[in-house]
Design a binder for this molecule. Structure first.
Ligand code: FAD
Length: 501
């Protein structure tokens, strides 16, 4: 006899209660509200249940909605986040929200492919074509310019709520068959596959479930649903990952990131990052005279920084981005022009990109928020009927602004894999289909995670010889043209590792 593998967060949810589904016409979305205790035993299963409608889950939904092979699929999106069902207007006049993401040219291009970038452009966003990275020791700095890789931009800074809303708006432009469940996943169950062919796709959901052809999900409002494929896009604390027993590797950095919006008296067009003894501080343009600060430090320092008066906070930021902790870098310190002369003229640049001090911050323009930082990686992303994407599969240090870009990469890769499965008539929950997605994304994510973790460790030590090595690395990245080009291309979302090629 087949026995379902049921994982649950609360013993109360063991009792399955299928609830009458009530269509809410408040938005163009289908939004189902529970009527506890009522039973509907003729539930139509979904092709895909996306658990977690954050930026990455919505990118998957949007890609499915705009791809000819998948736009007919029946998709449930499960998330209690009110942003999915109650779309508060985003006002251009309000100061930007401090939760922003730097999106790479690869992400911008994918958003254009699915028709979502036009919505981003209707809101505040800031492209940047230059970046300066330097070190508090004064030994080195690197300047990147999009022109070094024959591109127009290095990236674009966008509020998370704008990215999220743009994906939602694009989906609403289509006739995609999605249903939003404003609820949380509580438990999931799966039966092992059965070779019996007494069911076909017209059989009841319960019959298909009992033959291992569907997963069953139980929600916090006591509703249940069935799906051929469950996508865990429910963030770093993913319940899909935990319920399904995916093993993971990771650690806490014992660091917090303090984020906020600040104002300058002039517009900032460059992304700046300085490595300080306790972690990096980044100041990113976000349009008009605003910038976003991401400042990493230990939790006690973060809490002290948050409780400073606004005036003292602004002073602390300007100090950290100028002479605080150490002198401005001077290229002559390591005689950079001759350091790499052995590489030959066409390999090096005589850079006239001299060190600059970022524009002064004049005002704090938002609340200060603090997030603990960790690294986490699921050892596998796919098993039968279940797959992980975004922070549910991997969480990285924000020092290079790559986290959600990796997640978007997952979402678009999974959408392509599902389309390929549909094209050849395969069951999209079959592990052989899902492993193709895992094979594409796992090496790409591990490569980026290793680099970010290495950076985090290299820059959290203040030790003479290591400082010199770091300075040499800065100088190498600044003066050796092929290396510089490859670093920019890799950070832009191209999958080649940043070595000489
Ligand atoms: C300070 C900071 C700065 C960052 N800056 C950048 C940057 O510049 N660029 C970049 O690429 N990345 C950046 N990141 C990383 C980026 O924010 C994350 O990678 C991204 O938010 C992950 O998106 P996600 O959709 O995978 O997960 P989340 O944003 O965590 O979304 C998960 C969703 O799942 C829902 N959910 C959770 N549990 C359940 C459940 N049981 N049932 C149903 N729904 C559930 C939640 O409500 C949420 O909507 C930064 C991160 C931090 C902390």
């Amino acid at each position: 006899m087949n026995r379902a593998v049921t994982r649950t967060l609360s013993a109360n949810t063991h009792h399955l209660r299928l609830c009458r589904r009530t269509l809410c016409s408040a938005t163009t979305d289908h939004v189902y509200h529970a009527t506890p205790g009522e039973v509907n035993d003729n539930v139509q299963p979904y092709d895909i249940a996306i658990v977690g409608g954050g930026m990455v889950g919505m990118a998957l939904a949007c890609s499915l909605a705009t791809t000819p092979l998948t736009k007919h699929l029946k998709v449930a999106i499960i998330d209690a986040n009110p942003a999915l069902t109650n779309q508060v207007p985003i006002n251009r006049e309000d100061p930007p929200d401090p939760r922003v993401s730097t999106v790479t040219p690869a992400t911008i291009s994918s958003f254009k492919d699915i028709g979502a970038w036009q919505y981003v452009q209707q809101h505040r966003h800031a492209y940047f074509d230059k970046m300066q990275v330097w070190d508090y020791t004064g030994l080195g700095y690197t300047k990147y310019d999009a022109r070094d890789v024959y591109k127009e931009v290095l990236g674009c800074v966008v509020e998370n709520k704008v990215l999220h809303r743009s994906l939602l708006s694009r989906i609403e432009d289509t006739d995609f068959g999605k249903t939003i469940y404003p609820s949380r996943l509580m438990s999931m169950s799966l039966h092992p596959s059965s070779s019996s062919n007494i069911v076909d796709d017209t059989s009841s959901a319960e019959a298909l479930y009992s033959r291992g052809r569907l997963a069953k999900l139980e929600l916090s409002d006591q509703k249940s649903l069935y799906a051929k494929l469950v996508v865990g896009s429910d963030g770093a604390k993913s319940q899909v990952r935990e319920l399904m027993g995916f093993k993971k590797t990771g650690w806490n950095y014992s660091q917090n990131a303090v984020i906020c919006t600040v104002e300058h008296s002039v517009e900032n067009h460059c992304a700046w990052q300085r490595f300080l003894p306790s972690g990096p501080i980044a100041i990113l343009p976000i349009g008009d005279n605003f910038s976003n600060i991401v400042w990493t430090m230990n939790p006690k320092e973060a809490s002290d920084l948050k409780s400073l008066s606004e005036e003292d906070f602004v002073k602390a930021v300007n100090h950290a981005l100028d002479y605080g902790y150490g002198p401005h870098p001077r290229p002559s310190l390591l005689d950079s022009s001759s350091m790499f002369s052995w590489l030959g003229g066409n390999m090096t640049i005589t850079s006239n990109a001299s060190f600059e001090v970022p524009p002064k911050v004049v005002k704090l323009a938002s609340a200060r928020m603090s997030f603990p930082l960790s690294l986490l990686h699921a050892n596998n992303y796919a098993s039968k009927r279940v797959v992980l994407i975004g922070d549910a599969a991997h969480t990285v240090h924000p020092l290079a602004g790559q986290g959600v870009n990796l997640g978007f990469g997952d979402a678009f890769a999974l959408s392509r894999t599902i389309a390929e499965g549909v094209a050849v008539g395969m069951d999209i929950g079959e592990v052989s289909v899902l492993k193709r997605y895992e094979a594409e994304r796992r090496p790409a994510n591990i490569g980026m995670m290793a680099i970010l973790d290495g950076f985090q460790k290299a820059y959290s030590v203040d030790f003479g010889p290591l400082n010199i090595l770091r300075a040499a690395a800065f100088h190498g990245a600044h003066f050796i043209l092929p290396l510089k080009r490859n670093i920019i291309s890799y950070a832009s979302g191209e999958q080649r590792l940043p070595l000489f090629t």
